[in-house]
Design a binder for this molecule. Structure first.
Ligand code: AMP
Length: 442
């Protein structure tokens, strides 16, 4: 499947090309056609699934193709998010997607001066990303009007309720036109979220993109934390230290595949790469040679590697974590096949912590961390857990303990304790829609 086949217009496809997005993620494949068709959506999807592009791309397309020019102080599409960090992040993504479109986009949130935001809104904004509290302040001061609003997105709706924004949300709904498209994204679906969905959505399409999926238990899994720029060096170090016989390596982009293959070949290492840009015959030849053990290291993108069946493959390395947690399970499923044991090692940098949390939530285990000496990251990777939580304040890395016996940090020793943790309990949410206590305002 391609983004073009989902009906996206050329300026968006061009932006995606620049960003290196090759294939729609499952949430994108389902959401894009539905949003383009004007449907309401109720989507169970967390960060890391590509949900921002899932609603952002079709939204931008509709704004480009439909409706009037935005009037002063007006907004045509509104994305509500729980925190200012998320507002910045979502807006940064949207701005990248909208690069070749004649649309005005902007983000407003609390904790900063309101005046520049009021100035900016004067000319009108096609797509506004906002936290609920600041949006309401702006509305009450007549800095923003909703008469032109055609689409509302509630992103991370469960976190908005947890942060006590239910009253603000109710006041915002009152100010919006009744006739509009509404898209609701939430990682969890508590009673309160269902109540909100019942009040705000009209015959929504339901999307669920994180089916329970437990990784093969015959595969021993570890992560090694490292700074992004040092991943190639770490990979080469581990390859030698671990005496890896044959490795299938997954990288995120075509460019990433080519760069790693070049570097390995430059060192005289027997490596080849496959990705969507290479002719089919070349891909097939690389794969055949890898299967015949004539190539030691095959570097691949997900798109090229799906469904690979390689007999007795001992090692899979995630040079980059997959953006879709389910792909982690597919990737590591390339090893440990037919009852044979295998190992799957992921090189994880700070940028990828949300992806790691999503993988751990999906596979219901906290992946064992190894800190390789001399590769300690400057940008620490916060602790994660099988509940899918990221512990915000990163802990200082512990010094290796020689006394731990089983687990020899820094050396690649198998402690044999890779059993998955017990199924994660759902995180308890504040069970109210109307009266939730306010814990924090962004
Ligand atoms: P999100 O779940 O929207 O926060 O997206 C997670 C990450 O995946 C972001 O860094 C996006 O830029 C990236 N991403 C989203 N969709 C794709 C795609 N189809 N291909 C490659 N990367 C993507």
């Amino acid at each position: 499947m391609t983004f073009a086949s989902l009906g996206l217009i050329e300026p968006l496809l061009r932006a995606l090309e620049t960003l290196g997005y090759q294939t729609p993620t499952p949430v994108q494949a389902q959401a894009i056609p539905a949003v383009l068709a004007g449907r309401d959506l109720m989507a169970a999807a967390q960060t890391g699934t590509g949900k921002t592009a899932g609603f952002g791309l079709p939204l931008l397309q509709r704004l480009t193709q439909e409706g009037a020019v935005v009037a002063p102080n007006s907004v045509r599409a509104l994305i509500l998010v729980p925190t200012r960090e998320l507002a910045e992040q979502v807006h940064a993504n949207i701005a990248e997607y909208a690069e070749h479109l004649p649309l005005r986009t902007y983000a407003v949130y609390g904790g900063v001066s309101i005046n520049p935001q009021m100035m900016k809104l004067r000319k009108g904004v096609d797509l506004l990303v906002a936290t609920p509290g600041r949006l309401l302040d702006l509305f009450r001061q007549n800095a923003v009007k909703f008469s032109q609003l055609q689409t509302l997105v509630l992103d991370e709706a469960d976190r908005m309720l947890d942060l006590g924004f239910s009253e603000e949300l109710r006041d915002i709904y009152k100010a919006l036109p009744k006739k509009r498209q509404t898209l609701l994204f939430s990682a969890t679906f508590s009673e309160a979220i269902r109540a909100m969905a019942g009040q705000t959505l009209d015959n929504p399409l339901s999307i669920e993109v994180s089916p329970r999926n437990v990784a093969a238990s015959t595969v021993k899994q570890w992560i090694v934390t490292v700074d992004k720029k040092r991943k190639p060096e770490l990979f080469i170090h581990l390859l030698k230290q671990q005496h890896w016989k044959q490795v299938l390596v997954f990288a995120k982009t075509r460019k990433g595949v080519d760069e790693l293959v070049d570097r390995l070949q430059g060192l005289g290492i027997n490596a080849d790469g496959i990705h969507g840009d290479k002719p089919q015959a070349t891909r097939q030849r690389a794969l055949d040679r890898f299967k015949a053990s004539e190539v030691q290291i095959l570097v691949a993108t997900d798109v090229a590697a799906r469904g690979l069946d390689i007999e007795e493959l001992p090692t899979v390395v995630n040079f980059d974590l997959p953006i879709v947690a389910e792909d982690y399970v597919h990737r590591i499923g390339r090893t440990g096949r037919a009852g044979l044991s295998g190992e799957a090692i992921s090189l994880v940098c700070a940028d990828e912590v949300q992806l790691l949390a999503a993988i751990e939530a999906l596979t219901r285990q906290t992946l064992r961390r190894i800190q390789e000496p001399d590769f300690e990251p400057d940008h620490r990777v916060p602790e994660t857990s099988a509940s899918g939580e990221v512990v915000k304040k990163p802990k200082k890395p512990k010094k290796p303990k020689a006394s731990s016996g089983k687990r020899n940090l820094g050396k690649w020793v198998d402690s044999g304790d890779s059993e998955p943790a017990p199924a994660a309990k759902p995180v308890r949410k504040v069970p109210v829609f109307n009266t939730g206590p306010r814990k924090r305002k962004p």
